[in-house]
Design a protein around this ligand. Structure first.
Ligand SMILES: [Zn+2]
Ligand SMILES: [Zn+2]
Length: 257
């Protein structure tokens, strides 16, 4: 399985989706699973916002009860995740009690939990702390001009700690030439160090699942093959998470074909 072999812009693995548990998103897990089955997406993850995103998040019980969601149905592997919020002190709002239930943790900057700031040193220091924490597997949308960072420093740390940096393909919230240039620089730098990258749709409705048009253009500009991303196959993605101590995901390799 290879994302370049389906249609030009659609992926087969997407770990960045929001369900109705994020108050500004409009599809259920069930709708995402059915959409995945229809589109031929092989592995999806639900990553609703951490509990501290005030009106944009749900109660902690949402995460604690994700164990009732099946890990495989309709030919689709389903991982349970979170898009945690990075706090002003470099910790996140992913409660330790969630870790037994979750298959992966993603974390990113979101206002008002941590507001945008032009201080590159501050933003880089906060991200480095998150990357070193050991509990976060993916940094969501690190290429965001509201939070400028020292890209090379972050890439070097992500390689050292085996944390994936996301190239966000959401067309509605993070477009803009500056963000795109920053993302291209990030892809180039990550590839030169052989650091892990992942593409995420950041879908807020099931139709956006695994729609990677923006990310595809950015990879093209950076002269990096899409196959470099962890989304290249469900197996590649699972093996990455297993290498990060999510050993219980071993059981799902049987569904990778
Ligand atoms: Zn986000
Ligand atoms: Zn998101």
């Amino acid at each position: 399985m290879n994302i370049e072999k389906l249609n030009k812009y659609q992926g087969v693995v997407d770990l960045h989706t929001h369900t109705v548990a994020s108050s500004h998103a409009y599809s259920t897990i069930y709708e995402y699973i059915n959409m995945a089955a229809d589109k031929g997406v092989k592995l999806i993850g639900c990553s609703d916002h951490g509990t501290e995103l005030s009106d944009g998040a749900f109660h902690k019980w949402h995460f604690l009860n994700l164990k009732c969601v099946p890990s495989y149905c309709e030919g689709v592997i389903i991982l349970k995740g979170i898009e945690a919020n990075i706090r002003e002190d470099g910790s996140t709002d992913c409660n330790d009690s969630f870790l037994d239930v979750l298959d992966y943790v993603m974390a990113g900057f979101h206002a008002p939990v941590c507001c945008g700031n032009n201080d590159v040193q501050r933003n880089t220091k906060l991200l480095k702390k998150v990357i070193c924490s050991g509990t976060v597997d993916i940094i969501s949308h690190p290429a965001n001009c509201r939070y400028p960072i020292d890209i090379e420093e972050i890439v070097k740390d992500s390689l050292k700690h085996n944390v994936a940096l996301e190239i966000n393909s959401s067309a509605y919230s993070r477009t803009g030439e500056n963000n795109e240039n920053m993302a291209v620089d990030l892809i180039r730098c990550a590839k030169s160090y052989n650091a892990p990258l992942i593409i995420g749709s950041d879908a807020h409705i099931c139709y956006g699942l695994a729609e990677f048009e923006l990310a595809c253009r950015l990879f093209e500009k950076a002269e990096c093959p899409l196959s470099y991303a962890l989304n290249d196959s469900p197996k590649k993605l699972l093996e990455f998470l297993i290498s990060r101590n999510h050993s219980k995901l071993d059981d799902l390799l049987q569904y990778c074909g």
